[in-house]
Structures are given as structure tokens and as C-alpha cells.
Unconditional design. Structure first.
Length: 362
């Protein structure tokens, strides 16, 4: 089998996805640098080794490779598990199988394109089940009017009584009633936000402009907590298609959370970049779309694993005055934009929130 020429070899080693060339005997002839990174093994260590060592206990994969070699068939979106034997760690991959043809169209081997799906699976697992918020939304819409109508009556009566009562301490009690009614009303409105069908007005959006406007609003809070702010923006970041007002609410909530979590005198970092970790497939896009990533890193105490699992659960909150709906609503808005949110945290080391949003199609 001929060695690839210099140009082909440069392409071979420049791919961010893994590439394996398999011989007719199902041994590994060549692999690229991405395979080294994925499987934590050098190319020399796996050269001439059986393909099964990378995908053990998966005879269906070897069967498909054999069919490629025998018939020239191609396979797309084949799910499999890669294995790093040094740590006995399995990770999800997506495979594309195709024949390696010589100039006379004879099949000399099989080419396997390997895409690491770890990040996508992690994002999917960390999000709430889709029907969880749907069920809550149905409940919210059903109860909203039943709750808000009597609330209006209670508030109006309390206001009338407060106007007529002369005793100052009694008026203060009614102030509490009015305040609590308003708080419940706001909570019901936020529940309805989870239930309402998305009304997104998409337009070309510069995410840096969105972030800068929020940071101006929070400038005084940074000063009061003596928090240092660091920006690492990618100046070549492409625009996205988004509802700018809705995204402002998302990032305002996330940045406020990061400020509250940060220690006095701590640091809050915001990083923007193009994400090459995965592509997002949307109902309106014919091909998966690449995305940008916005990362918000605080210098707080961090969270344990159990708290992280409940972050997107409505009404779960660690704040004394929180409603527990902020992150759930933020997640809904981001998902309505066909994006994802990932939150990672470690006790004593702070929290990082990553928001992935599809790049605008040209």
C-alpha cells in the first residue's frame, strides 16, 4: 500500500477527529494525532495491532469493517465505545466507515473516522429530562390564572385596608401582605416563562456586545465586592443568530450568579471562543452547525457533585432568597436557541459555566 504524499499526510495529521487506516486483516496500519489524544496511546504503540484493541467486546464494529472490505459499503453514524486500557476507561464515539481505494478502485483497506462524543453525552446527561420542564409548564399554565386571580383580590383588599387603618404597626403588617403577594405573583410569572412556547426573534447578534452591556449594568456590584474582572475575548468570533433580549437575560442571570458566588476580592473571568468540540444539529440546518462558547468562571467555593446534579431542577436553590427558577429558565432559552449549557464545579476551586450557541449560517 502506497504511503500518502506530503499534502495528504498533512491533511491526515491536521484533522481534529480521529482517523484510522485498517488493513484487510483488521490490523491498524496508520492513525493520526487525534487518535493518540483520544485513546492515550502513541501511534507507534497501536501500529499493526488488532483494531479490536481500541474497540473491545464490540463484534458488530468488526463485522461492519469486514463488510466495508468485502463490498465497499459505507456506514455513517455508527455508535461505539472506545477504550483507554491504561485507565480502563470507556468513552462514546461516533464512527464513519468507508473503503480505502487504490487508483484501480480495488479495496486495499478501510478508513475509520472517529469522533469523540464525550462532551455531547456529558451535556445531554447534565440537562434536565425534556419532559420534566414540559410537565412543570403544563402545571404552571393550568394553575397560573387560578392563582393570580385571587392574588389580585388579596392585594387590592390589603391596599384598601392599609389606606383606612391609622395604626402604624397594623399598616406595616399589611405592607408585608402586599409585598408577599407581589413576590408570589412574580414567581407565578416566572413559572409561566417555562411553559410559554418560545417566541424568539432571531437576528444577527454580536455576543461581545451582549456581554459588554451586562457588565456595564453590573459595574457597581463589581466595585462593592472588590471583584477583579478579566475578559479574554476572541476578536474574530463570528456572529450568531439569536434573540438578543432573551440572551441578555440568560447572561445577566449567569453573571449575577458568578458575582454572588465569588469571594470578596476574588476574580471573575469571561472567555469567548469558537468551540471545535462538537457541532449542533438543528431542525432548520441541513448540516450540523459549529458553535461559539462563552465561559464564565468565578472564584467561589464551588459545589459538590450532588448540588450540580440538581442545578437545573426548578425550585431547587442554595440561595436564601432565590426562587430556584433562574437556571431552569436560562436553560430553556439556550435550548430554544439550539444551544447547550455545561456547568462544572469543584469544592474550593470555583465554578465554570459554559454556554454553547450555534454560529450564524451564511
Amino acid at each position: 500500500m502506497k504511503e500518502p504524499d506530503d499534502i495528504n499526510q498533512n491533511i491526515f495529521f491536521s484533522l481534529i477527529d480521529g482517523l484510522i487506516l485498517v488493513s484487510p486483516s483488521l490490523s491498524i496500519l496508520h492513525s493520526n494525532l487525534a487518535i493518540e489524544d483520544m485513546f492515550h496511546k502513541s501511534r507507534d504503540a497501536i501500529a499493526n495491532r488488532p483494531l479490536e484493541e481500541l474497540f473491545p467486546r464490540q463484534p458488530q464494529i468488526l463485522d461492519k469493517v469486514e463488510k466495508v472490505l468485502e463490498t465497499g459499503a459505507c456506514y455513517h453514524d455508527v455508535e461505539a465505545k472506545g477504550e483507554r486500557k491504561t485507565a480502563s476507561v470507556e468513552f462514546p464515539v461516533n464512527l464513519t466507515l468507508s473503503p480505502y481505494l487504490e487508483s484501480d478502485d480495488s479495496i486495499q483497506g478501510a478508513i475509520i473516522l472517529v469522533k469523540n462524543m464525550s462532551l455531547i453525552r456529558e451535556l445531554e446527561q447534565r440537562q434536565r429530562p425534556a419532559d420534566h420542564l414540559n410537565n412543570l409548564g403544563t402545571l404552571a399554565m393550568g394553575l397560573a390564572h387560578e392563582i393570580r386571580n385571587p392574588l389580585g383580590g388579596i392585594r387590592g383588599s390589603a391596599q384598601l385596608l392599609r389606606h383606612d387603618i391609622k395604626n402604624k404597626s397594623h399598616r406595616e403588617y399589611l405592607d408585608v401582605v402586599i409585598s408577599e403577594v407581589d413576590r408570589i405573583d412574580q414567581l407565578v410569572k416566572r413559572m409561566m416563562d417555562l411553559a410559554k412556547p418560545a417566541d424568539i426573534k432571531l437576528k444577527e447578534t454580536n455576543i461581545h456586545k451582549v456581554l459588554e452591556e451586562i457588565l456595564i449594568l453590573e459595574k457597581e456590584t463589581f466595585r462593592l465586592k472588590n471583584i477583579r474582572f478579566q475578559q479574554t475575548y476572541d476578536p474574530s468570533l463570528p456572529h450568531i443568530e439569536a434573540d438578543e433580549d432573551q440572551l441578555k437575560q440568560v447572561f445577566l442571570n449567569l453573571i449575577k450568579n458568578a458575582i454572588e458566588a465569588s469571594r470578596n476580592g476574588g476574580t471573575l473571568q469571561i472567555v469567548t471562543r469558537v468551540s471545535s468540540s462538537f457541532a449542533i444539529k438543528t431542525p432548520i440546518a441541513s448540516v450540523p452547525r459549529q458553535n461559539i462558547a462563552v465561559e464564565i468562571m468565578d472564584s467561589g467555593e464551588g459545589m459538590d457533585e450532588e448540588t450540580q446534579k440538581k442545578l437545573f431542577t426548578p425550585f431547587h436553590t442554595t440561595k436564601s432568597k432565590g426562587s430556584g427558577l433562574g437556571l431552569a429558565i436560562s436553560l430553556k432559552v439556550v435550548e430554544d436557541h439550539h444551544g447547550k449549557i455545561k456547568i462544572t464545579s469543584e469544592k474550593g476551586l470555583g465554578t465554570t459555566v459554559q454556554v454553547f450557541l450555534p454560529i450564524r449560517q451564511r
